[in-house]
Write a protein that binds this ligand. Sequence first.
Ligand code: CTP
Length: 399
Amino acid sequence: MDSLNGKKIVLGVTGGIAAYKAVEIASRLRKAGAEVHVVMTREATEFVTELTFREITGQPVTVDMWAKVTNFNVEHIALANLADIMLIAPATANIIAKTAAGIADDMLTTTVLATKAPLILAPAMNTNMYENPVTQKNIAELKSRGVQIIEPASGHLACGVEGKGRLPDPAEIVRFVMDFAAGEQRLTGKKIIVTAAGTIEPLDPVRFLGNRSTGKMGYAIAAEAAKQGAEVLLVSGPSSLPDPAGVRTIRIQTALEMQAAVQEAYAAADAVIMSAAVADYRPKTVAKEKIKKSDDELVLHLERNPDILYGLGQHKNRQILVGFAAETCNVEEYAKKKLVKKNLDFIVANDVSASDAGFAVDNNRVQIYTRDGGCEKYPLMSKQELAGIILNKIAELMS
Ligand code: CTP
């Protein structure tokens, strides 16, 4: 079966020298079974004609917003609604900036703003434009909103310089879209709870006990699970990260609040991924007024917080449970003990004493220990990549 069978793909083509490659992209998408609707910017028509795309796709091509509407299906909102996936290739610095800013001043940008379909952008431009901090900031903003970015290739650019900014080969772009579409369906209909960041435990109205977790790992997992079609609940301790696109996010402060939010959704859940750094202890009493200093030592009395994951393990029926173990030594021994004690399906262990991986950085280097005694060691990788690996394992266990 064609892997894009019946998928409706809106292909945005913008005005860069690589626009000619969009013809092959449209052709390959169609051969893979997709119904392709092309929307061009006016600048793109300087590089390739509408007619070419119309012939290749067998569908009307849209450029001018104000052209007489001859077919309701070419109206911008109709295209936005019809899309299963929206792909812009090549995506110029201009369209990236407009998409990041929410500007809708032509047919393509209006469709982008109006669609709820997942958006994939393949940037292609001069190296300096690509590396310009403002373009990088726009790309980072789009990524944080769940937009997929296909990294440009490096090589000899049309403007005569060597560097990053070349549109990858059409075959690679279509492969990306196929993988995305396949991944998207994998967790459709599944309910996944993800916890992230550290809990904070108040001492008095202005102070708390906390930890260094920023939430990056959990937010990456939640975003990826949503992209793969899952219905995701993210229960997060305080974090400066924005709510991931397509994810129901509940922000809590303490371990007890996290436990309550997770327990409420647990019975209906198919999987729980506990990446939060839950405080094991909380101050026994929370002072009503700010604690004043004195010349004496200050002794804090702490009491145990519940072990949320242990509790879930005790009441597990069909749920897949995934834990994290952040250790500074004896990683394997401690992780394996937690796997058994908490009744988990697998545990993702890392050594947080390494400075390039773990807390507050974009990368992680982990080992995954499974229930059947398996151990997989992974090299340093981005938290996004690791999120993909964790969800792959979950999808395998579910099937
Ligand atoms: N966890 C939890 N509730 C807690 C503490 C931890 O649900 N009160 C979860 C974490 O989210 C993680 C796993 O249990 O998925 C292991 O957490 P970690 O802090 O490494 O282990 P602890 O069980 O707290 O053991 P220790 O702190 O003694 O290493």
